[in-house]
Write a new protein. Sequence first.
Length: 231
Amino acid sequence: MNPATPLPDAAPRGVAFDLDGLLVNTEDLYQDVGSELLRRRGKAFTPELLDRMMGRPQQVSLRVMIEWHGLADTVEQLAAETKAIFLGLLETRLAPMPGAVALVDELAAAGIPYGVATSSGPDFAHDVLGRVGLLERMGFVLTCDDVREGKPHPEIYLAAARALGLPPRRMLVLEDSQTGCRAGLASGATVVAVPGGHSLRHDFSGTAFVAGSLADERIYALLGLPTPPGA
């Protein structure tokens, strides 16, 4: 393992993590839930629809689904059905994303502040973070209940910068979706895209780079952290 490297004056000194598909594998689970919801209604969960929904608050994404397919359901009905399907998947398939726990370990060891800024609701965010052992390790968990405007609006990342006690330009945002990256960029933060699965096809223009995972050595270098094992 290489030692930490000196940082330039403008380097990020705090980290805001997205949650779904970035820290935990819930984005994959969401796709399975969406497919099942629409299968029950004789509809298809297409890549184009997923693009429109990804990274947005649940109320917004379900409204998109309803309008896309002209469904008779209300947002509240779909949300309740989503929760029931999702809870079954969490019991057997929830896991941290590759490199997530190791990166949190290194940030904590280096004294670099970090937290979560997610479009998910607080109950869900706290539940999944608790299940993978990360909830108590976060300096803050900002959710859709903490903002009026969802991503791609920058509000949640401006709030994250305040929670970190930093100007946005000194914050690193880690995101897996185009919508989330746009929110981070609009806040003035440095943004690194860490896509997976479906989001590999998104447009990440303006980000510092596109990482292969949270174990990408360029993320560590950006924060002045020791190179991760195996890099």
